[in-house]
Design a protein around this ligand. Structure first.
Ligand SMILES: Nc1ncnc2c1ncn2[C@@H]1O[C@H](COP(=O)(O)OP(=O)(O)OP(=O)(O)O)[C@@H](O)[C@H]1O
Ligand SMILES: [Mg+2]
Length: 551
């Protein structure tokens, strides 16, 4: 008789395999423990980490705690106090619901759980690779402490694939920010190797929370906007477009107090900012959505990082409109509208805030753009021109960016510019972490003619305007291998975009014609430094096709 090959695996092995999906890295363990503390209605949560979680992860809360009977059940797979039937699963109010996190964590570590509920006395349970070793009395206040030592000690392969400790620290800090931002009413503290990294007061005031986590410079330029569509409520904290970074890591979305990654919502926020940020620059935004739990599906990702919402497209549209309307109503243009000098016949020089006479030396060297005649302006953004070949649409912003970009490229030779020494340091607008980074890179910054201290920027190249100083430092810090010419290129691009005409900023016929003349003098007049077209032609033939005069 043949022996059966298929056998049921032991619980311990099943848990270890499941652990691979739920807890791959120390920050996943921390996330699960903190979520449990939040579900237990804690008001204070302290996260203590040593060696990026590998020698210690300790999460302490003052929540409802567990009784002596519940304690051993907590590390059983599929044991939960949060979801009992299918209806519960369809309207989850808690962060946890699968009853597998502690089982998974316990299977790959040595841990102790200390807990006391309101009715029972305190207990400590010791667990080794998922096996309960002992349960003893322990005198403590109501709440729970989960203490993990030797994470992944029995899964050497996972241990080996751990990212560098610097990377791990970054993940843990990022997670801490997300957790703390998700609950402004809870006080959080992160302790790294016995040093407090950050803490929040749990005041419930989100702007104060932003200040506690990112610094005052962020809080003062962020505004709260609330809106509602049907029963879905949204609270948006929108940072001014002037404060922007090169990654999306300052855009956070929370659905029913759960931190989530939601591409659609993120994109709709970004499209609300459209035209106010340079390409590859992202704003500071917190988006809190409160939605009927029946209208979300959380159970689509092992770490519950993604959610599916019903009517996502309606929501996305609404968010975009809200963001765009808010920005339109409150944010001033970055430069004054251009003015034409009094006597428009004697001079057509345009004036800019910083008085760079960009057009001064732009004699037309050769005609690249066909001669065309101004008809009018469309939507405050596009100039309409015509000639015997047909119609031309010119994007004023893109065109001016090109002109300014080539100007900066030409003039901005950082090695030869004079360095300005300031009597009073120019203040930082970067976040605290970036400033710390700058302190570590003073010699690198020096090589770009910047002298900095904690107080601010003391010296810098003359040509960089005050509004661009912080940004210039950020460019250097973001890519520390940047060559001088790459720096110049990046800065020229960014400066050209910032100073250019914004959408809906009316410009006159003369200004437009002058802009075309300057564009004509550029080396590459047909696209802006970011690659967008400056001029689009619609030929007579195209037009006749549209009217079906020809096929
Ligand atoms: N900090 C805590 N305070 C009080 N009870 C806790 C705490 N941590 C865990 N528990 C209890 O242990 C149970 C198991 O926790 P576990 O994280 O494994 O599962 P869950 O949170 O129910 O679901 P999920 O696997 O989705 O996180 C919880 O349902 C809860 O009853
Ligand atoms: Mg849980």
């Amino acid at each position: 008789m043949m022996m059966a090959n298929i056998k049921l695996m032991s619980n311990q092995l099943a848990n270890m395999i499941a652990a691979g999906e739920v807890v791959e890295q120390p920050q996943h363990v921390i996330k699960e423990l903190v979520e449990n503390a939040m579900d237990a209605k804690a008001k204070h949560i302290t996260i203590d980490v040593k060696d990026e979680g590998l020698s210690l992860i300790r999460v302490e809360d003052d929540g409802i705690g567990m009784s002596e009977e519940d304690l051993p059940l907590s590390i059983q797979r599929h044991a939960t106090s949060k979801v009992f039937n299918i209806e519960d699963l369809q309207s989850i109010q808690t962060l946890g619901f699968r009853g597998e996190a502690l089982a998974a964590i316990a299977s790959v570590s040595k841990l102790k759980i200390f807990s006391k509920s309101k009715e029972t006395s305190g207990k400590v349970m010791e667990v080794d690779s998922g096996e309960i070793k002992s349960i003893h009395d322990y005198a403590m206040n109501q709440g729970t402490i989960v203490e993990i030592t030797q994470l992944f000690f029995n899964t050497p392969a996972r241990f080996k694939f751990m990212k560098s400790s610097f990377q791990q620290q970054k993940y843990i800090r990022q997670l801490f920010m997300e957790m703390a931002l998700s609950r402004p009413t809870i006080s959080f503290q992160l302790i790294e190797n016995d040093k407090i990294y950050k803490q929040t007061s749990g005041s419930g005031d989100t702007l104060l929370l932003i200040e506690e986590l990112f610094g005052k410079q962020y809080a003062t330029v962020t505004q709260k906007v609330t809106t509602q569509i049907a029963h879905t409520k949204m609270e948006l904290f929108l940072g001014s477009p002037d404060i922007n970074v090169s990654t999306k890591s300052y855009m956070h979305t929370f659905v029913n107090q759960r931190y989530v990654k939601h591409y659609g919502i993120q994109e709709s926020i970004l499209s609300g900012y459209d035209g106010r940020l340079m390409t590859k620059r992202y704003p500071f935004v917190l988006c809190y959505i409160t939605i009927d739990p029946q209208r979300i599906d959380i159970n689509i990702h092992p770490q519950k990082l993604h959610v599916k919402l019903t009517n996502e497209s309606v929501l996305a549209y609404h968010i975009r409109e809200t963001v765009a309307n808010h920005l339109n109503s409150t944010i001033r243009p970055l430069v004054r509208p251009m003015q034409i000098k009094d006597d428009q016949y004697s001079s057509q020089t345009l004036e800019f805030e910083e008085n760079l006479d960009i057009y001064e030396s732009n004699e037309v060297k050769q005609t690249k753009i066909p001669t065309m005649y101004y008809i009018g302006m469309l939507g405050g953004t596009y100039g309409i021109f015509q000639n015997h070949e047909g119609l031309f649409l010119v994007d004023a912003h893109a065109a001016q960016e090109r002109v300014r970009y080539e100007y900066y490229q030409d003039k901005f030779d950082i090695k030869n510019v004079t360095q300005i020494q300031r009597i009073v340091a120019f203040p930082w607008t970067l976040d605290n972490e970036m400033i710390e980074d700058a302190m570590k890179q003073t010699s690198l910054l020096k090589s770009f003619q910047f002298d900095v201290s904690k107080e601010g920027i003391h010296a810098h190249p003359q040509l960089i305007k005050e509004v661009d100083l912080n940004h210039a430092v950020e460019i250097i810090l973001n890519d520390q291998t940047l060559s001088m010419s790459q720096f110049k290129d990046q800065l020229s691009k960014d400066m050209s975009c910032k100073g250019s005409i914004k959408a809906n900023q009316r410009i006159s016929q003369h200004e437009f014609e002058h802009l075309i003349a300057s564009l004509n003098a550029c080396d590459e007049p047909y696209h802006c430094p970011h690659g967008r077209p400056t001029i689009i032609q619609v030929t007579y033939q195209d037009i006749e096709k549209m009217f079906k005069r020809i096929v």
